[in-house]
Structure formats: structure tokens, C-alpha cells
Design a protein around this ligand. Structure first.
Ligand code: NAP
Length: 249
């Protein structure tokens, strides 16, 4: 049985850049129609939409801040209204606001928790009814190895990513009887805008702590997402899959 997403419809939050962009393009490559959301990068998001369409798939590009609860419902309603259903939701949008706990302020905490964790509640809740109606769905939440192991300077980020695991397992238990699966991918260090700011010294340390001895590529996360989105993973739910070169082993 080959891997195909032909006839499937997907939403990727934060699909304008980095990992979300690679995920959106891969889902389209395997035959799916793909909608993306973004916060600020309108031009980049429109370019991703054009790339999806160039693959012969339907595409949507929607400006929607992932922290906005009502906005999530509007996004899902538009997709289900226009495309008839939503089969695959990838909750990818996320930010960092790193600081040691003594220097971390309340906004650093609130921004990261709402963007990374509340957003997942917003979209997973909005999609539950249409997926239940369809008796099918796959939700893939992008966590982090930092949610498993913690990291100095990232207490807000690791709390948000650990929270995603608890949320996903609860959601998976609630909706398994409706054939809705929910899983987490926990990336290690992946080369994107988010990690570029960390600098060469940090990168060398990360490589040294990674058994495979290199940073990961966004495409390597997208490959795991395609697997979890497809029927090839039909008996996997509530799982956390590390894609981290062995970093958190
Ligand atoms: P990135 O290059 O900074 O891209 C972030 C994406 O999220 C952009 O498309 C951005 O949209 C979108 N976004 C940010 N805030 C948003 C909001 N409030 N509403 C809607 N969209 C929003 O980051 P990345 O490295 O690709 O990370 C993607 C995901 O992987 C995140 O959840 C991150 O925590 C996770 N992750 C990354 C790594 C890594 O090493 N890179 C490791 C582990 C986990 P705009 O373009 O409009 O700003």
C-alpha cells in the first residue's frame, strides 16, 4: 500500500515559514488540498499558497492569529464550508521568548503559553465537531523535545510544549471512539528562522548533544507529519514521536 493523501483536506497553522511551510508543501506533494494560516508574513504565505496550487492542489491562505478563539472557528468553518470537510489538522504555529526565570517577565510567559498551547485548544476544539461528523480525523501537534526534557532559559516554552502532550493524550482518549487520532511530534533542533537567532556557539553545543551529530531539516519533520496524517499510521494515537536525531534519548 503506497502512501497517498489524495482526496484529503488539511489545515496547517503557521504555514508561511519554516517547519509549517515544509509540512504544507509535503501534504500537497502527497495529494492533499491544503489551507495555511499565518500571523504577519502575508507575502510568504501567499507564496506557499501558490506553490501548493502549482502542485495541482487546492490551497487557502488565511491571516489568523492562533491565539484568537473565535478566529479558529471562523477558519475551520470556511474550510469545511468550501471543501466539505477537514481531515487533517496540523497545529504548528509557535513562538519562543527565551529568558532565565529570574529575568522572564509576565508577558514572556503569557505570550508563549497562549500562542503555543491555547492555540492548540482553539483549533482542536473547533475541528472536533466536523471531524466527529465525518467519523475520521488526524490531528498532529508540533511539540518539542524541550517539552520532554526541559531547557534552561525556556521554562515558558517547555511548559507550553509539555502541556501539549497532556492535552493531546486527553483529546486522543476522548475522540478515539469517533476514529479521530491525535499525536505529537517532538522535534529537536531544526534549522529555521526560530533557531537562526541562537548563534554558532549554541548550535555547536546542540550538535555535540545530538547522537546523529547535526541539526535537522524542516523536511524531516514534514516527513513524520505525512506519516501521521496518512492511513499508514491508522493504529497510532496519543503518541509522542521524537524527530530529534536522538537528542532526547
Ligand atoms: P518559525 O520559522 O519562527 O515559523 C513560525 C510560524 O508560526 C510562522 O509561519 C508564523 O507566522 C507562525 N506563527 C507564529 N505565531 C503565530 C500566531 N500567533 N498565529 C498564527 N501563526 C503564528 O518557527 P519554526 O521553527 O518553523 O517552528 C514551527 C513549530 O515547530 C513551532 O511550534 C515550534 O515551537 C516547533 N519547534 C521548532 C523547533 C526548531 O528547532 N525550529 C524545534 C522544536 C519545535 P508568520 O510568518 O506570519 O509570523
Amino acid at each position: 500500500m503506497g502512501l497517498s493523501l489524495e482526496g484529503k483536506t488539511c489545515l496547517v497553522t503557521g504555514g508561511s515559514r519554516g517547519i509549517g511551510k515544509a509540512i504544507a508543501l509535503s501534504l500537497a506533494e502527497f495529494g492533499a488540498d491544503v489551507a495555511i494560516t499565518y500571523a504577519r508574513s502575508a507575502d510568504a504565505a501567499e507564496a506557499v499558497k501558490a506553490e501548493i496550487e502549482a502542485k495541482g492542489r487546492k490551497a487557502k491562505c488565511m491571516q489568523a492569529d492562533a491565539v484568537d478563539f473565535d478566529g479558529a472557528t471562523k477558519v475551520i468553518d470556511e474550510i469545511v464550508g468550501d471543501w466539505g470537510k477537514l481531515d487533517i489538522l496540523v497545529n504548528n504555529a509557535g513562538i519562543t521568548r527565551d529568558n532565565l526565570i529570574l529575568r522572564m517577565n509576565e508577558n514572556d510567559w503569557d505570550d508563549v503559553i497562549t500562542t503555543n498551547l491555547k492555540s492548540i485548544f482553539n483549533y482542536s476544539k473547533a475541528v472536533a465537531r466536523p471531524m466527529m461528523k465525518n467519523r475520521s480525523g488526524s490531528i498532529i501537534n508540533i511539540g518539542s523535545v524541550v517539552g520532554l526534557n526541559g531547557n534552561a532559559g525556556q521554562s515558558n516554552y517547555s511548559a507550553s510544549k509539555a502541556g501539549i502532550i497532556g492535552f493531546t493524550k486527553s483529546y486522543a482518549k476522548e475522540l478515539a471512539s469517533r476514529n479521530i487520532r491525535a499525536n505529537v511530534i517532538a522535534p529537536g533542533y531544526i534549522t529555521t528562522d526560530m533557531t537562526e537567532a541562537l548563534g554558532d556557539k549554541v548550535l555547536e553545543g546542540i550538535k555535540a548533544a545530538t547522537p546523529l551529530g547535526r541539526a535537522g531539516e524542516a523536511q524531516e519533520i514534514a516527513d513524520a507529519v505525512v506519516f501521521l496524517a496518512s492511513d499508514m499510521s491508522s493504529y497510532i494515537t496519543g503518541e509522542v514521536i521524537r524527530v530529534d536525531g536522538g537528542m532526547a534519548m
